[in-house]
Design a protein around this ligand. Structure first.
Ligand code: 13P
Length: 257
């Protein structure tokens, strides 16, 4: 199996178009030498087309932060997978815990969004992860298993080749509390096992499972050094070109070792 590491930046609700262009340009320029690590940036919908014009011919791929499952119709304020695809974006984050927390996301809607994204030719970055309460109740494995089964219900092994999974413990998002490399590795191994059981070893061996939750330049290497951690989904630290670049550098270093 070829070791892969993919670093994605989730810009969340940040950056006007002008600011987005500036950040994308800086990220592009600072990472021209990166050959092995994958790089994805996920600006807000409003900046996708403009940012695409900056990154279209380089090693930085573009993603959105959500997808609606209907193709078109009277769904005011929603954005379809086809619309996202038309901006030049290739990826879409789906089921982020903030969508669950603030916007009524469920395992079922995550599944619908994944299907719509795949149908339009987008690659979903599917988020799972337990809350602090769930971790303290010792039901992390149960929760993540339910989320994985729900998200990928009815999916074919072939479709799974276009999926990235991000394990993001909710208690580690934006809190400065990172899961220890061992805590993260344990859940990543469980996720790979579940994927293997449902879709076979080949899919499980090749699927990228990212960790997310307070990933910073100073903890990136120890997290990415874990056997089943194939990347990071970065929030806060991706809004600054230097800190995002330092995380990418940690990935590249591990891949060259
Ligand atoms: P932070 O890196 O700010 O904790 O956010 C993680 C995240 O939610 C990425 O999707």
């Amino acid at each position: 199996m070829n070791r892969k590491i993919v670093i994605a930046g989730n810009w969340k609700l940040h950056k006007t178009n002008q600011e987005a262009l500036q950040l994308a340009n800086q990220i592009k320029i600072k990472n021209t030498h990166i050959k092995k690590a994958g790089i994805i940036i996920c600006p807000p919908f409003t900046a996708l087309s403009e940012v695409h014009s900056v990154v279209k011919d380089c090693n930085v791929a573009l993603g959105a932060q959500n997808v609606y499952w209907e193709k078109q119709g009277a769904f005011t304020g929603e954005i379809s997978a086809g619309m996202i695809k038309s901006t030049g974006a290739v990826y879409a984050i789906i089921g982020h815990s903030e969508r669950h927390q603030y916007f009524g996301e469920t395992d079922e809607t995550v599944n619908k969004r994944i299907n719509a994204a795949l149908e339009a030719g987008l690659k979903p970055i599917v988020c799972v992860g337990e809350t602090l309460e769930e971790r303290e109740k010792n039901i992390t494995a149960q929760v993540v298993t339910r989320q994985i089964k729900g998200a990928f219900a009815g999916m074919s092994a072939d479709a799974m080749k276009n999926i990235i999974i991000a394990y993001e413990p909710v208690w580690a998002i934006g809190t400065g509390k990172t899961a220890t490399p061992d805590q993260a590795q344990e859940v990543h191994a469980l996720i790979r096992q579940l994927i293997s059981k449902e879709f076979g070893n080949a899919v499980a061996d090749n699927i990228v499972i990212q960790y997310g939750g307070s990933v910073k330049p100073d903890n990136a290497e120890s997290l990415l050094g874990q056997k089943d951690i194939d990347g990071a989904l970065v929030g806060g630290a991706c809004l600054d070109a230097d800190s995002f670049t330092a995380i990418i550098a940690a990935a590249e270093k591990l891949l060259q070792a």
